[in-house]
Design a protein around this ligand. Structure first.
Ligand code: MG
Length: 344
């Protein structure tokens, strides 16, 4: 009997992948069973479903660090996500992990991000009685909100890989959660490698930072350009992980990466140029929250249903978290700023 392309790919996975890699033929499946595809494995399908979602396209209008940047070369959540996916795939392939699962987790990991980056996240966190965390929201977007309550019906492995993601400020390698896949750990470390390096570049572009101010010991270990540093970190993850049999960095590179991370959190993210804009973004979002909380009928019908079936707070969080920076600013302008009379 001729095997389908998918069956041939699954057989290749069995031969080529490392013993600790996640095999698509052994996926635990989806909430609603799907008949298998003749061409793509289950994780290739997940990746494609995420890429074709509306939430993924909205990432282009969401802040990475600089709010709604007009400069063409600043990162957005979308370009950040693509950089994470690229770094993660390089590491996954070198470690002979499942590259498709890695890519699916990477492409989906930030779809729950709010407008205005972490400013938005902290405003919603203060508002929702159970708190708000973007990685939990990413799972909610992919599993429920996309398609107005349908979700994308992804595999458990992809959803769990995204759920295991966590706060940027926490330690780079956390004690492995029960059953956490290697692919998911690769995405977590790739996220950090990507954002540290591109945030440095964007901060230099914005003249908040000069390259010469970076901590000298870290630069000595990691290199003095973005390319050198990414290359050093990626190679280090690959070699240290192959040696240890788990995803990790060498102590030297881990310490230098941590030093760079602390530097960014102490020196760059709280700089006045960024903080002043964050203050304004917080006030825009708090005003929108208050408005929609008292005017549920002003939200689209799907969110009105969430207000009835779950809670008003949940509906407002879901609606606002889904907005792009410019969409939030437009709603604010429309609701709260008088319009100039144009006479027509
Ligand atoms: Mg990220």
């Amino acid at each position: 009997m001729t095997r389908t392309i998918r069956e041939q790919t699954e057989a290749l996975e069995d031969r080529l992948l490392a013993p600790y890699a996640t095999r698509s033929s052994r996926s635990r499946g989806r909430k609603r069973p799907l008949s298998p595809c003749d061409v793509r494995t289950e994780f290739q399908r997940d990746r494609d479903r995420i890429l074709h979602s509306k939430a993924f396209r909205r990432l282009k209008g969401k802040t990475q660090v600089f709010l709604a940047p007009r400069g063409d070369h600043y990162r957005t959540r979308l370009t950040h996500t693509l950089e994470v996916a690229q770094i993660a795939r390089t590491i996954a392939r070198a470690l002979r992990l499942n590259e498709d699962l890695t890519e699916a987790i990477a492409l989906g990991h930030d779809v729950g991000h709010t407008p205005f980056g972490h400013a938005g996240e902290s405003v919603l966190d203060e508002f929702h009685p159970d708190g708000f965390r973007h990685y939990e929201q990413s799972v909610r977007v992919l599993d429920f909100l996309e398609g107005e309550g349908e979700g994308l019906n992804l595999t458990y492995e992809t959803l769990e890989g995204i759920a295991a993601h966590s706060k940027g400020r926490g330690p780079i390698f956390q004690p492995a959660q029960d059953g956490q896949s290697y692919e998911s750990v690769v995405v977590r470390v790739s996220d950090i490698i990507a954002y540290l390096n591109h945030d440095i570049e964007d901060a230099v572009r914005a003249e908040i930072l000069r390259e010469s101010e970076l901590p000298a010991e870290a630069v000595q270990v990691l290199g003095s350009t973005r390319g050198e540093r990414i290359g050093r970190m990626v190679r280090d993850v690959i070699h240290a992980s192959l040696e240890a049999g788990k995803v990790c960095m060498s102590p030297e590179v881990l310490a230098a990466t941590d030093a760079l991370k602390d530097f960014m959190y102490e020196r760059v993210y709280p700089s006045p140029e960024i903080v002043n804009e964050i203050r304004k973004a917080r006030s825009v979002l708090n005003t929108l929250i208050e408005y929609y909380y008292h005017h549920v009928e002003a939200m689209p019908p799907f969110f009105q249903r969430i207000a009835e079936t779950e809670s008003r707070e949940q509906a407002v969080c879901d609606y606002i978290a889904g907005m792009t920076d410019l969409y939030a600013l437009d709603r604010y302008r429309e609701l709260f700023l008088p319009r100039a009379w144009d006479g027509s």
